[in-house]
Design a protein around this ligand. Structure first.
Ligand code: NDP
Length: 617
């Protein structure tokens, strides 16, 4: 047996030493800086009398129609598979393949994996094993290390287990590097590393009815048995590239933002970045400071709201140290905020419990129908977008560039972004916006990008082209009862889960934050916690009752899937643009994220009380 795998003499359980070393000292970075210029942190007033009237609606419609069918992506396969290499860690630690058994096998060592480990061990489940594709913990915060990376949800509510860790983030919107290191600290403190197989990608998971076990196969030759499998491998995990003619011919350096190659020195270089989503919005201001010339290839502008970054104050640190439960209470208050923009702007007085509610709620004499509520929301969204568009005019000096940077779709239809240095970056002489609306970049050749007859020679090309949404690749490799894969089931019957956590025919399989998984708020950690708590409840219930198998019945699953479909359809006008949230306009209603709000809790509570949806063996 190699050193990488040993047996704990006390428990007899295998322990692992597979955390990879750090590959490069060049890995460094910072998140949002604090911006002092008040003008950059102040929104123009809401335009008086702005209404989402027929003319404005028509403008949005045209903006959308022009982009229909423009989303064309490819996976990082074949000659592009090199863009998937782990550039952050040393080579995998050699180890022998495993064919033994554990009670619980978890896929993924991000926030969900770490939280699962903490809570499962607290509840007495010790025989838990993790498989992680990367060389260390952190999940999204392991892979995404681009300059400027930071959390958009305030860190005091976002980072899990702050009190258990005795940790207070240094900034309100903590940088990604701090978050990654925090994940490592959690793993060290709670003894996670000994239970995780790093650089190990699960590639097949088969259910065996006779033994009531899953067999989990990996790219390291493992064929491990597990009674329960928990998928905690994220929702924006698999990077994608835009399909652009000639992209394989580019002669310079190229990489995807989720595999940032710090061996490529960008100083003084001609750099192109394709895409202007949440990632690019954070990276561009930092790139602008170091590269020679920066070409930003934009197809659709993001909405750029105020960030107002700040450092954690000494007063907060002192107060929180003496206030047991501060982080939990803060997260609970955060979860009560019902509007995305309000949540992301994160009012400190409210979150600290100093004021009961920071926004006067209007009292309506009549109860609004669901449709009327959506309409009201669209009107509000229009006024927010007017402010956001006015901010572009107030900051960006060149009128043509300013016009191109204005988004025309409902607020929140695409992931809203927050930055106080992004728009000013376009006033720099070395930053050039190349407007490729509405269809995107046409061609790439050996020298760089070619668009509408103009050549943009580049030394480095960065793909900020995003990730597959809610399409974790493991879904097509999970084979449940009767030899049916999860993907096949969902393709033939439509996406069907119960609470997003179970799928009928796949016993003892739990999905954390997958399609149809509700219960969260604008803080993703919230959903993860809800799901982890649910799984813990289920496993504890089974242990107490001597139950070894759980599946969900087909009827409650059908009822829940129909509910997801209705909730999605009802709120679809809020996502009436080309966005990955609606599969770029092609997803079946209810097949991706959950839009039923608090209803999820009602389904869950009823199920936990009656146990009716479950088939226990
Ligand atoms: P996105 O999918 O949001 O963005 C991809 C970008 O690539 C879009 O701007 C898209 O344009 C553009 N694009 C695609 N093809 C072409 C083409 N042919 N020519 C020009 N442009 C093209 O990916 P991101 O990585 O930016 O963000 C993914 C998600 O990750 C976010 O939505 C967010 O949920 C999360 N995230 C969170 C952060 C945080 O909390 N701080 C930070 C960063 C990311 P178009 O819009 O027209 O399709």
């Amino acid at each position: 047996m190699s050193n990488a795998v040993s047996v704990d003499p006390k428990t007899g359980l295998k322990q692992f030493n597979t955390r990879a070393g750090k590959a490069s000292d060049k890995i460094q970075g910072k998140g949002y800086a604090v911006v002092d210029d008040e003008a950059l942190k102040t929104l123009p007033p809401e335009p008086v009398g702005a209404v989402f009237n027929a003319a404005e609606q028509e403008k949005y419609r045209k903006f959308k129609e022009a982009r229909v069918g423009s989303a064309d992506y490819i996976g990082l396969e074949g000659q592009f598979s090199k863009y998937l290499d782990d550039v952050y860690s040393d080579d995998p630690v050699p180890r022998e393949p495993l064919d033994d058994e554990c009670e619980i096998l978890v896929v993924g060592a991000g926030f969900a994996g770490l939280l699962l480990w903490y809570k499962l061990t607290q509840a007495g489940f010790k025989d838990v094993r993790f498989c992680e594709k990367g060389g260390d913990v952190g999940g999204t915060w392991y892979w995404n290390r681009y300059p400027g990376i930071a959390c958009d949800v305030e860190a005091y509510s976002y980072l899990p287990l702050l009190e258990e860790m005795g940790y207070i983030p240094t900034m309100k919107f903590a940088g990604g590097f701090e978050i990654m290191e925090y994940c490592q600290k959690m793993a060290e403190k709670f003894g996670f590393y000994e239970h995780c197989l790093f650089h190990t990608t699960v590639d097949k998971t088969d259910w065996d009815e006779a033994t009531g076990r899953w067999t989990v196969k990996t790219d390291r030759g493992d064929a491990m048995k597990a009674r329960h499998v928990i998928l905690a491998n994220g929702i924006l995990t698999t990077p994608k590239l835009a399909r652009i003619d000639g992209m394989e011919t580019f002669g310079g350096d190229a990489f995807h933002t989720s595999r940032w190659d710090y061996n490529v020195d960008l100083k003084g270089k001609r750099v192109g970045i394709i895409g202007t989503g949440a990632t690019a919005v954070q990276a561009i201001p930092e790139l602008a400071k170091i590269v020679g010339e920066l070409y930003v290839f934009q197809r659709t502008p993001s909405s750029i709201d105020i960030r107002d970054q700040r450092e954690t104050t000494q007063e907060e640190i002192e107060t929180w140290k003496q206030e047991p439960g501060w982080a939990r209470a803060r997260r609970a208050r955060f979860a009560k905020i019902s509007a995305g923009r309000t949540a992301m702007r994160a009012n400190d007085d409210y979150l600290a419990g100093k004021v009961a509610d920071f926004k006067e709620r209007k009292q309506h004499t009549t109860e609004l129908s669901a449709e009327a509520l959506v309409q009201k929301q669209l009107d509000t969204n229009f006024r927010i977008m007017e402010q956001i568009r006015a901010r572009v005019d107030a900051i960006v000096e060149d009128p043509k560039t300013a016009e191109a940077l204005k988004p025309y779709y409902p607020y929140g239809c695409k992931r809203p972004t927050f930055h106080d240095e992004y728009l000013p970056a376009f006033n720099r002489p070395n930053v050039h916006l190349v407007d490729t609306a509405p269809r995107g970049v046409n061609r790439i050749n050996e020298n760089g990008v070619v668009h509408e007859g103009s050549d943009y020679p580049l030394d480095v090309l960065i793909y900020a082209t995003g990730f597959q949404w809610m399409a974790t690749s493991t879904f097509n490799m999970i084979v449940g009862r009767n030899g049916v894969s999860l993907q096949d089931k969902w393709q033939s019957e439509g996406t069907k889960t119960f609470l997003g956590l179970h799928s009928h025919g796949f016993p003892n399989l739990f999905i954390i934050s997958g399609p149809q998984g509700g219960g969260g708020s604008f803080n993703f950690t919230n959903a993860i916690e809800e799901h982890v708590d649910y799984v813990l409840w289920m496993l504890t219930t089974m242990r107490e009752r001597g139950i070894t198998k759980v599946d969900v019945r087909a009827e409650p699953e059908q009822e829940y899937a129909e509910h997801c479909q209705q909730a999605d359809s009802l709120t679809a006008p809020l996502r009436d643009c080309i966005t990955y949230y609606n599969g770029h306009g092609e997803a079946k209603p209810g097949s991706l994220a959950y839009y039923g709000g608090g209803q999820w809790h009602k389904f869950r509570e009823r199920a936990q009380k009656t146990l009716e949806p479950y088939i226990f063996d």
